[in-house]
Design a protein around this ligand. Sequence first.
Ligand SMILES: Cc1ncc(COP(=O)(O)O)c(C=O)c1O
Length: 397
Amino acid sequence: MAFDFQNILATHVPETIRVTPAKKGKYDFAVAYPDPVSLPHAEILECLKEALAESGSELAVYPHPQGNTPLRQYVAEKIGRDRDIQVTENDIILGNGSGQPIDMICAVLLNPGDVVITDSFVYGGTLNTLRRHLTDIRGVASDENGMDPEALDKEIEKAIKAGHKPKFVYLIPTFQNPQGWTIPESRRKQLLAVTQKYGVPILEDDCYADNRYDGDLPTSILNLDDTNSVMYVGSFSKTIAPGMSLGYMTAPQLILDRAMGVKSGRVSEFTAMAVEKYARKYLDAHIEEINNIQRTKRDAMLSALGENFGTGAKWSDPDGGLYIWVKLKEGSDMAALNKRSVEEIDVGFHPGINYSPDGTSGKDHIRLCFGYNQPDEITEGISRLANFLSKEGALDS
Ligand SMILES: Cc1ncc(COP(=O)(O)O)c(C=O)c1O
């Protein structure tokens, strides 16, 4: 008889509530892939060869526990230059993507039942991590300028009154996933004033800061904070490739020290060596190139939505990032249509519930990622989606 693992599963591991179709659509607006055509294979290979020729023998020893030192030096220089964050390599910990540092921060700070505040629709990977730490996740509403400071104030006050002071506020202030807005500097200051008033730290997830197509890039929240209350994570996933699996964090020293205590596994020194060389030589130009490509794709998706969705839906108009957040007909259930959309019209999207802390709000929303398909495919895919949704009664024409 086959062994039944069901009986020995840890009780605190939640069932996954993420809805993802098994098949990838030809028109894949579901997952957050960057443009596959412009991936810089040749340059990465060249840099890997160079790195191995210079210091390949170092692969024989275990890397620095915080990750490859030259890459940490590069990250410190980059966030100093681009995000006004002045740190040294000693203040950086590399991770397997930024998901690992987010998990480490949760492991360092969260006891089961602790309250963490997020946006009312927010990156599903972080929601899963918070759920795994048995967090009481409270979503706060936002408008086109991001989280509402007054609503944040009320939510923190309510939690404190009930004896559950939030452990931190998780924000993706720049080109938010999935809603697409960016918090302007004035609102960043207002949000900080609220968190500082109550003594609640912020985890700033700056995953998309480099993926800017229009407008100005506001300074980081970490830079605006004068109380050492902001922890910061970033990633190379959206500037080079998710497959490189490299991200980083910086935070006050106590958090860094404790994070090293909960870090499991190592960050590939092999990948880090290549990425450090690549980043110094090519990354700025590459970011400019992919931003031009992604701007064109965003525009293709926005105009296809305008042509095909008309007044039957509302959608965001992001200055950067990879997503458009669409609200469909009130009461429609996009999670129920998700699988059929891939099977019947080859179009993938993510239902809004993937992004809600309670896993049920946002049924009438979808997230569309414009990074993967080419502009003509985006036009075709959105047209197919509009026909499908009209037939299913989710889109008034
Ligand atoms: C807001 C946000 N943070 C973090 C991540 C994780 O990125 P990675 O672990 O690939 O660096 C993602 C990935 O989509 C994201 O959207």
